[in-house]
Design a protein around this ligand. Structure first.
Ligand code: HEC
Length: 205
């Protein structure tokens, strides 16, 4: 019992650290030259809301991922990188009345393929990344009354175990298991620091 408590506390603590790191790296605010101050204020509020949802979702996912990896390696942890398979992420989207997605130029699950608007933003992030610029979260009114929040997702060392270079950071036998589940997988070859994709979180104004 005590052991279990200790374990849970460790994960809660890890999530807090991650939240802290995320909020630090998300410090930059979006500024539009043409926006009047009212729009700016509401944009800031929407960006804040998006960041809160992304941080909470990430903390949930990565806590589960790390626990499952420790218990049974990559084959055991595969299902924990799927937002739709997480009841906690599901309740987060209900609490915030938001659609929570992650997408990428190279997806593992075809369901995460970018929409036309997402693709445009992913390409912008990719270009900025190549130009050595800082990538900032931003918001857009995608359809009247609906706000989309976008924020970059970077690769960390933990991610390489499933998204790294096959035969190197991503073990060959793990890669085979991943391919069995995701025959159309394109999400490998990444190194720590790379742009993996982005959050796409939408909610009503
Ligand atoms: C245990 C293996 C594993 C680890 C570790 C892992 N992922 Fe994944 N990742 C997956 C799987 C499997 C999917 C497909 C999930 C689905 O079905 O939606 C995925 C999907 C994604 C997606 C959605 C786009 C796509 O390719 O379908 C992003 C973004 C992503 N991962 C980022 C990360 C990041 C960032 C990390 C490190 C913090 C990470 N992953 C760690 C296995 C992993």
């Amino acid at each position: 019992m005590f052991k279990l408590l200790k374990k849970n506390m460790r994960f809660t603590f890890a999530s807090l650290i991650i939240l802290g790191i995320l909020s630090l790296s998300y410090c930059d605010q979006n500024n539009s030259d043409t926006a009047d101050s009212n729009t700016k204020n509401s944009n800031t509020a929407y960006i804040q809301k998006g960041k809160t949802i992304a941080s909470a979702t990430f903390a949930t996912l990565s806590g589960n991922l790390q626990k499952a990896m420790k218990e049974g390696g990559v084959p055991n942890a595969i299902k924990y990188c799927n937002l739709n398979a997480s009841p906690l992420v599901d309740s987060l989207s209900q609490v915030y009345k938001a659609e929570i997605r992650r997408t990428s130029l190279k997806v593992r699950n075809p369901k995460n393929k970018p929409t036309t608007k997402e693709l445009q933003q992913l390409e912008k992030y990719q270009k900025s990344m190549e130009a050595g610029e800082a990538l900032k979260p931003l918001v857009q009114e995608i359809i009247p009354g609906t706000i989309a929040f976008y924020a970059p997702i970077h690769v960390m060392p933990l991610c390489e175990k499933c998204h790294g270079k096959a035969g190197e950071t991503l073990k060959e036998e793990d890669y085979q298991v991943i391919q069995q589940h995701y025959p159309e997988d394109k999400a490998t070859g990444y190194a720590s620091g790379d742009l993996r994709g982005m959050w796409s979180i939408s909610f009503k104004k």
